[in-house]
Design a protein around this ligand. Sequence first.
Ligand SMILES: C[S@@+](CC[C@H](N)C(=O)[O-])C[C@H]1O[C@@H](n2cnc3c(N)ncnc32)[C@H](O)[C@@H]1O
Length: 261
Amino acid sequence: MTLYGVGLGPGDAGLVTVRGREVLQEAEVVYSPGRLSRSVATEHVPGERIGDLDFPMTRDEEELREAWREAAAAIAPSARDGTVAFVTLGDPNVYSTFGHLRRTLEAFHPDVDLEVVPGVSALTAFATALGVEVAAGSSIALREGARGAAPTGPDRMVLFKVTDAPATHEGLTEAGYEVTFGRRLFMEQGETLVTDDPAEIDERDYYTLAYAERPEARVEQATDAFVEATSGETVADGGVATEERAVAEGCGDEWPGVTGR
Ligand SMILES: C[S@@+](CC[C@H](N)C(=O)[O-])C[C@H]1O[C@@H](n2cnc3c(N)ncnc32)[C@H](O)[C@@H]1O
């Protein structure tokens, strides 16, 4: 049968996809690698169907490999006989523990069928939580900001694993970025915090990301004309930049055309 890697989204049980919920409800066992993923999963399946997996907090690669070999050996028999799920916060294929499980199963239990149900990743959910628009024509990069790291280069970056917000903030602002931090976005119990002030989040919390943008990198949009109009400037005569139309089509968006606008 099948082991499903199910993305649970950023933390709010309401952001699990319909497909993800269906799989969780069909699964005989739902394996969870942590307390937070467990708390989201238990909103959709009874606690007695959740199988907890423990992983050592270590950077020792041999110890980690051993833990994954053990986890894969525990999961493989039930995945061969039935339908089981392994849950991760966000998306299973973005910076996720599911990658370790997939590689270990492929190496030691290649007869187990795997399927992935994508989830809402913090990589995209951050935009709504922080009130940011990544408009057509923009480019954006994913980087890590652990231990005060402040990578530079791209116009826009999402930094995962921010552990020393003041140091990361200092490095990025010196390089000309505007920085906003998001902590425990979409997580329940009112834990979410969005701030430009690194002093507000100087205590370490694993579920912290940063968004950094060069202010001069904003890409003009055809509909900016409406905002200019409401602020007293004249709207251009209904024309829409050909370049923007090409970008919309390039992104797979259906271009509404001029008719009826
Ligand atoms: C190992 S990655 C997991 C990413 C996850 N698979 C996803 O697709 O969102 C963990 C990092 O993602 C970021 N992250 C994930 N969920 C978050 C949330 N709800 N709020 C803020 N940051 C989050 C944090 O930077 C955290 O250190």
